[in-house]
Design a protein around this ligand. Structure first.
Ligand SMILES: [Zn+2]
Ligand SMILES: [Zn+2]
Ligand SMILES: [Zn+2]
Length: 350
């Protein structure tokens, strides 16, 4: 069958001479073009065109097969005009990415990477992913992996995925590994946030404890000053009310001696933690047991001492992190949201 020459709109205002090169593509179609233009935008074409031919007079022919002819026409159009419409991107984005990669046309490659990333769906993601790997497009590859991770159930049902499982088990393994690592990362950061929340609460509890024991608040105050009857509910700490209830319970609980009451144990933990974070080394600190704990710490090296010191450091750094990461108002709101007003959350250490 004789090749059919198509006429092409080069979308350029340049005055072009007669075509001197022909691109042959599928279905016997011939696209006329200009060697100088092709060579100026693609080093691969340049190499090809500069190659000596058997017969000087013979026509220069470039073969591009394996992609639809209209995609090649769109490709040639871009080489002349540096333009590519959204419709063309919709239809031939994947072909154009492959062509731009093979013929080393970076501007078109970038345009396709962006265009395909915007058009990613659960239906096409597997195909685009494979192409991104072949065409060395890491950004697009990552976008595909993320979409796959978040929509894995839907992707799993597509023909593209079924085909991949059958024919490319290594890629399947790669994707599953990526999803797995993503899950692990998510769990880790969730755990970190929870821990930070707990240290933040403890840090506030420590400040609140000092406030109650040195200044006194609604119902509880230092032994050497009167608690005024008309005091209003604490405006400084959302935990204050709960902590005062806990302290009052601690002072009156009958089970305390046996160490059986959970609330008393909690209070002991808070007093002990305070002694680790307290900076007052003389006896001026008004928090109960502070000095006793500190002396005990010096006298005997207890087995769990290191754990307490670590906790104290984490609580201190949570305070710094917390005050750096959030503006004041938001911080207060968040604290109010997370802290149970009826008591201080227990921490697992003993
Ligand atoms: Zn208070
Ligand atoms: Zn008790
Ligand atoms: Zn103290």
């Amino acid at each position: 069958m004789a090749p059919k020459t198509v006429s092409i709109d080069y979308q350029t205002t340049r005055v072009l001479p007669e075509p001197d090169v022909f691109i042959h593509c599928s279905q016997g179609t011939r696209i006329p073009a200009h060697a100088a233009v092709l060579a100026s935008v693609s080093p691969v074409f340049e190499n090809f065109i500069d190659r000596p031919r058997k017969h000087r007079s013979s026509e220069k022919i470039i073969q591009i097969h394996g992609v639809p002819c209209d995609a090649v026409i769109a490709f040639v159009g871009f080489l002349y005009s540096s333009r590519c419409t959204e419709e063309v991107m919709d239809k031939y984005g994947m072909h154009l990415l492959a062509l731009s990669h093979v013929y080393l046309v970076p501007q078109l490659k970038q345009r396709c990477i962006k265009g395909l990333a915007q058009r990613l769906t659960t239906e096409n993601v597997v195909d685009v992913l494979q192409l991104a790997r072949l065409c060395d497009a890491p950004d697009l590859h990552l976008r595909c992996m993320k979409l796959l991770t978040y929509n894995f159930k839907a992707v799993e049902a597509t023909e593209g995925w079924k085909f991949l499982v059958k024919h490319d088990p290594w890629l399947e393994l790669d994707i599953l590994r990526f999803i797995d690592e993503h899950e692990t990362r998510k769990k880790k950061s969730r755990r970190y946030r929870m821990e930070q929340g707990l240290y933040g609460e403890l840090s506030e509890a420590m400040e609140c404890l000092e406030h109650i024991c040195s200044e006194g608040c609604t119902h509880v105050g230092p032994y050497d000053s009167e608690v005024k009857r008309e005091r209003r509910p604490c405006g400084r700490f959302s935990t204050c009310e709960g902590l005062q209830v806990l302290i009052r319970h601690f002072a009156t609980c009958e089970k305390r001696m046996g160490g059986g009451c959970v609330r008393c144990k909690r209070m002991w933990q808070l007093f002990r933690l305070h002694s680790y974070v307290c900076h007052q080394t003389d006896s001026s600190c008004k928090v109960p047991f502070c000095r006793q704990f500190q002396l005990k710490m010096q006298q005997e090296k207890r087995k769990d001492d290191a754990k307490w010191k670590l906790l104290a450091r984490k609580v201190a750094s949570a305070k710094v992190m917390y005050s750096l990461s959030l503006p004041k108002r938001k911080r207060d709101e968040e604290m109010r949201g997370t802290i149970n007003n009826h008591g201080i959350r227990s921490f697992k250490l003993l």
